[in-house]
Design a protein around this ligand. Structure first.
Ligand SMILES: Cc1cc2nc3c(=O)[nH]c(=O)nc-3n(C[C@H](O)[C@H](O)[C@H](O)COP(=O)(O)O)c2cc1C
Length: 196
């Protein structure tokens, strides 16, 4: 597979089984995060690794967060999240180590975390693993973030569920990239993607 084939064949999946990447494989995968564009070299990305017996502990914190945000959260929703966070082979809580007083704007710091996350997703795919980036309202819960090691002003950017894809799936259809670019020649461009 060429590097471009690899990038073009990545797709998210939450149908994940054991094994998760070994510590050595994970170190290689996370090394790609350090290649993300990063204005000011702030290195705002942080990875909280949750595996094995830590998963049910994390799942309880997730459920507590859901109930904090919505005391009437439906039982089925709580059970689904508890199960997912207890059973995914590896969970990576994505941390944003933010510096509000830095001259680099916060949005640029957050973008660097997103860029690093994309490298991690691609590296997982390149090494035969599957993953999906999930969020939900709990991502914005400062209490949960602090419990995971990201006290304010630091934040969560979501979670990666990581493991081995349970099955080979038909790759999802993707839009035509030509719809998302246009040459600017002096007047504002329009995009085919935005036409009704
Ligand atoms: C910041 C962020 C948060 C996301 N949160 C969720 C989520 O909570 N649930 C979900 O189903 N997909 C979520 N997604 C989308 C999936 O990660 C994934 O991109 C989507 O399922 C499409 O799959 P693809 O990556 O193969 O295009 C999120 C994506 C991003 C970038």
């Amino acid at each position: 597979m060429t590097p471009l084939d690899m990038l073009l064949s990545r797709a998210s999946t939450d149908h994940l089984v054991e094994p998760a990447p070994s510590a050595a494989q994970l170190a290689d995968v996370l090394a790609t995060a350090m290649r993300a564009p990063d204005h000011g070299k702030l290195r705002p990305w942080r990875y909280v690794l949750i595996e094995g017996n830590a998963r049910p502990l994390a799942a309880e914190r997730i459920v507590a967060s859901m109930l904090r945000l919505d005391p009437n959260a439906p039982e089925a929703k709580l059970t689904k999240r508890r199960t997912r966070f207890s059973t995914m082979p590896l969970i990576i809580a994505l941390g944003m180590h933010l510096r509000p007083d830095n001259k680099i704007p916060l949005w640029e710091q957050e973008m660097a975390v997103a860029a690093a996350t994309m490298n991690v997703l691609n590296a997982l795919h390149a090494t035969g693993f599957g993953a999906v980036w999930v969020s939900g309202e709990i991502t914005e819960d400062p209490v949960l973030a602090a419990e995971l090691g990201l006290p304010a002003p630091h934040k969560l950017a979501g979670f990666l569920f990581v493991g081995t894809p349970a099955e080979q799936r038909q790759p999802p259809r993707r839009p035509d990239p030509a719809q998302f670019s246009a040459y600017w020649t002096g007047t504002p461009v329009t995009f085919a993607a935005d036409k009704e």
